[in-house]
Design a protein around this ligand. Structure first.
Ligand code: FAD
Length: 422
């Protein structure tokens, strides 16, 4: 067997910890590992850096940056991206957390908001700058909101002279009845209480109706409300890679409302036993009648299954059907607070948090990253320090949208000002 791994990025990204890059706990390299390094000992596997534009199903060719790559068997696992419910223009204003670039951009926006608030004299604008809206109360939104509250209340506590970062308003907007809707309701309630203890305002049954540069409009209970803010993070619905749509057109396969390809029991496409679709791009409903969730264990187990299936096929052995083994769900809300659902066993608080730490640490791809993240977490736990708080990007990217005020706001200290030192 000769394997070619094609990816437009040269690294594997551990997405569950992206929010920690966005909130300055970890650096991007801590949660990524180069693909070439991962498969360096697998002599029959080569890595090709490139973007797949289309797939010629009849000619069995993948078109990568204009060049054609032939195949006998094709595995497509191009993942998903955030969906803006028919409003692609919101993406610029409310980036989702999916890539390293997204995470560093969100980190830049969060930190810039505090910087601009520090030099803002107008109290209304300052309040707007210190309001952060997170859209979507799934695990990513909950984790982001908890981490942001911790930055505001602890990590930045002593660093500003004209504002108190703890005045930041963090609003988590969720359209459904509760946050973490895929978890049992008691764990959802615990997660919400933990967020509220951290100072997060949780707005359930609330729909985002508009996103603008300086506000978000939300609809709830028959009314609508304008939330002045300059910083919005999107963690709502996802949509499969556009490759799913083009594969559906080429093979006659069906896609669901989330753009996922409906796959057979062995994860192949109907009438195309040579094409497999896995992970976030696939809708596999044969087990429970509902699609499997878009989580890493599903993608990993499907990858292992298809590798085995192809080996069995080449050896003339029988081919089983895919069966997902549910491993449980976990989400962390902040320091010493998490929820974990393992079916009959449910945990919350410190125990769940420890389990979350161990599971996420062990799932990082390289030992080096595990060690570095372990040290970072330990340091962060003891000191509240978030050292990866770099504002990167073009130098003018953080310039205020209104005319900057030259005069600084008064220091928040009540002590008489010392002599000015420049
Ligand atoms: C912020 C966040 C937090 C998450 N937290 C959790 C969690 O706590 N627990 C959990 O189980 N799951 C979590 N998930 C979900 C989990 O990460 C996904 O379910 C999993 O990564 C899906 O794997 P995949 O292989 O299908 O897609 P991905 O991991 O998204 O991989 C897709 C790959 O395809 C490449 N690609 C895409 N299009 C092309 C193209 N045209 N040409 C070439 N390459 C292409 C991409 O570069 C990428 O490397 C989280 C996801 C996000 C975004």
């Amino acid at each position: 067997m000769q394997v070619t791994l094609v990816d437009r990025r040269n690294f594997h990204l551990f997405q569950p910890l992206l929010y920690q890059v966005a909130t300055g706990v970890l650096s991007p390299a801590n949660i990524a590992a180069p693909l070439r390094w991962i498969v360096e000992r697998q002599a029959n596997c080569e890595v090709l850096l490139g973007e797949v534009q289309s797939i010629d199903v009849t000619g069995r060719r993948v078109l990568v940056d204009g060049a054609a790559l032939t195949y006998d068997t094709l595995i497509v696992a191009a993942g998903a991206h955030y969906s803006y419910f028919g409003h692609p223009e919101w993406e610029q204003l409310a980036p989702g957390l999916k890539t390293i670039e997204n995470a560093t951009e969100i980190r830049r926006r969060l930190l810039i908001a505090f910087e601009l608030a520090e030099r803002e004299t107008d109290i209304v604008r300052r309040r707007m700058l210190l309001t952060f809206v997170i859209v979507g109360g799934g695990p990513t939104g909950v984790e982001m909101a908890g981490a942001l509250a911790e930055i505001a209340r602890h990590s930045l506590k002593h660093e500003f002279r004209h504002i108190d970062p703890a005045d930041a308003q963090i609003v988590l907007v969720e359209a459904g009845e509760r946050v973490l809707s895929s978890y049992p309701s008691d764990l959802s309630e615990k997660a919400q209480r933990s967020l509220e203890r951290l100072g997060v305002t949780v707005r359930t049954r609330t729909m985002v109706a508009d996103v603008a540069a300086d506000h978000v409009v939300v609809n709830w209970g028959g009314g609508s409300e304008r939330l002045p803010t300059q910083t919005v993070v999107w963690a709502a619905g996802v949509e499969a890679s556009p490759l799913a749509k083009s594969l559906a057109a080429a093979t006659g396969a069906t896609i669901d409302r989330a753009g996922r390809l409906i796959v057979e029991r062995d994860l192949s496409l109907p009438n195309h036993p040579e094409i497999f679709v896995l992970g976030d791009m696939a809708n596999y409903s044969h087990q429970t009648g509902q699609p499997l969730p878009g989580v890493a264990p599903v993608a990993i187990q499907q990858g292992r299954f298809v590798a085995k299936l192809i080996t069995n096929r080449l050896r003339g052995r029988s081919i089983p059907t895919f069966h997902y083994r549910e491993l449980g769900n976990m989400a962390t809300i902040g320091r010493s607070a998490a929820v974990a659902d393992f079916g009959k066993l449910r945990f919350s608080g410190f125990v769940a948090w420890m389990l979350w730490l161990v599971v996420h640490l062990m799932n990082l791809v390289s030992f080096r990253n595990r060690l570095l993240v372990f040290i970072q977490w330990g340091w962060n736990y003891v000191t509240y320090d978030r050292s990866a708080r770099l504002i990167t990007g073009p130098p003018d990217a953080g310039a205020p949208t209104g005319s900057p005020s030259i005069e600084l706001a008064s220091p928040r200290s009540t002590e008489p000002p010392a002599d000015n030192v420049t």
